[in-house]
Design a protein. Sequence first.
Length: 185
Amino acid sequence: MTMLSTLFYINVWRCSTISELMINEQIRDREVRVIGENGEQLGIMSSKDAMKLAKDAELDLVKIAPTAKPPVCKIIDYGKYRYELARKEKEAKKKQKTIEVKEVRLSPNIDVNDLNTKVNNARKFISKGNKVKVSLRFRGREMAHMQASRHVLEDFAKELGDIAVIDKPIKQEGRSLTIFLSEKR
């Protein structure tokens, strides 16, 4: 192994341990700010002294703020701490709402009744909280009349004007014109 690859290996190793929390012997800083198991400040001390305090309490020394000067370490039960973090993350995922983008495809020579059916489908999607991507697809000779067919998308947006707003205006993407609609707030 060359000197350069050895240095690269060491840097990669360090980065991988920093991404997770450093515990006990992984902490190699000269001085650290220590927080006790009950949240009280124990002050700045050497990492060896902090390790000794953690061992006396039969707990782990965990570096919780590695970028601070000096780094902040806390005396806690590491397994319990990881469990609490995972639980909080799971709770946050439960509370967040995912918004899907549903697509409605139209053609330039769509009939009024077909357009009304598509509008009703889009109305259902929007009322459920989803965004709607309306695309007007052109085939063959229809490509020559793209700008003349914009009114189909504009009429579609007007029909849904009572419950939806235009998220992104009409935009040409290849052989189609698209518009994004989302629920009014």
